[in-house]
Design a protein around this ligand. Structure first.
Ligand SMILES: [Ca+2]
Ligand SMILES: [Ca+2]
Length: 267
């Protein structure tokens, strides 16, 4: 009995010791959770869809008028002046029609690293209908000149409500003719009524790009632009339209259809 009591006493004295030994061995879990939230984008790609289209300047414009469209400075401040303003939208719009524009945004972390800004030369040439009267000799009534001067109108032909952004490309190689003027100085007139438009007769290609944005929106169907053309009398179907993208004023895609609608030629 004495031995049993003695053993019991040992167990009693050991138990607190064991208990205290267990409590001291609590593991300290090191949780270093680094959650960095970064907005991945290319400079100018305001909506982050990896493309530069007319939608991007619309996002910039909506941001500048206080509508809740995120436009991080590293995506939208394309002249790195520390502000996202309409000028940035203008430059992105011009880049969307492939005009050579350097889009340089600030880094995501740095604030206001003001590097030199790219200048915007908005040349909306409104020279239209140059009456190039081909002086035919009065005596000889020979064949008509093969090339004629025409005006071609491009339009959104369907009713998709208000549009806030629209862009398209015209391949006019099938016409065998040319749009007069080059680059941003192509002889086109803006008929869209949109706040910002840009067009570009692409160098080295028989193609024209158009992009327009308007933060309020313009109703459809609607004429977009009219361009001067010289060449054989074309059919509307000779102007191949591609890369059409259109949204309503709050950046929801709409199924706008763009087409050459009317062609009028002067002999
Ligand atoms: Ca985009
Ligand atoms: Ca800016």
């Amino acid at each position: 009995m004495k031995i049993a009591t003695y053993l019991f006493a040992i167990v009693l004295t050991l138990l607190p010791a064991l208990a205290s030994a267990q409590t001291t061995s609590t593991t300290v879990s090191s949780t270093t959770s680094t959650t960095l939230v970064t907005f991945e984008c290319t400079c100018g790609d305001a909506n982050g869809d990896t493309r530069l289209t007319a939608v991007d300047p619309l996002v910039v414009l909506l941001n500048t008028i206080g509508l809740p469209f995120a436009c991080p400075i590293q995506c939208c401040d394309v002249d790195s002046d520390g502000r996202v303003v309409a000028t940035d939208g203008r430059v992105i719009l011009e880049a969307a029609v492939f005009l050579p524009r350097d889009l340089i945004c600030p880094e995501a972390t740095t604030t206001t690293t003001s590097t030199t800004s790219t200048s915007t030369t908005s040349t909306t040439s409104t020279t239209s209908t140059s009456t190039t009267s081909t002086t035919l000799p009065p005596t000889t009534t020979t064949t008509l000149p093969p090339d004629q001067t025409c005006t071609v109108t491009f339009a959104v032909i369907n009713d998709v409500g208000l549009i806030g952004a629209v862009q398209f490309e015209v391949d006019y190689a099938p016409t065998g003719g040319e749009l007069t003027g080059n680059g941003a100085d192509v002889n086109c007139i803006n008929l869209s009524g949109m706040g910002f438009v840009s067009f570009n007769d692409l160098p080295g290609r028989d193609a024209l790009r158009f992009a327009g944005v308007d933060s309020v929106g313009v109703a459809t169907p609607r004429n977009l632009l009219q361009c001067e053309y010289v060449g054989p009398v074309p059919e509307p179907g000779d102007f191949l339209i591609s890369d059409v993208e259109a949204t309503d004023p709050v950046v929801n895609p709409v199924p706008g259809i763009v087409s050459a609608t009317s062609i009028s030629c002067n002999p």
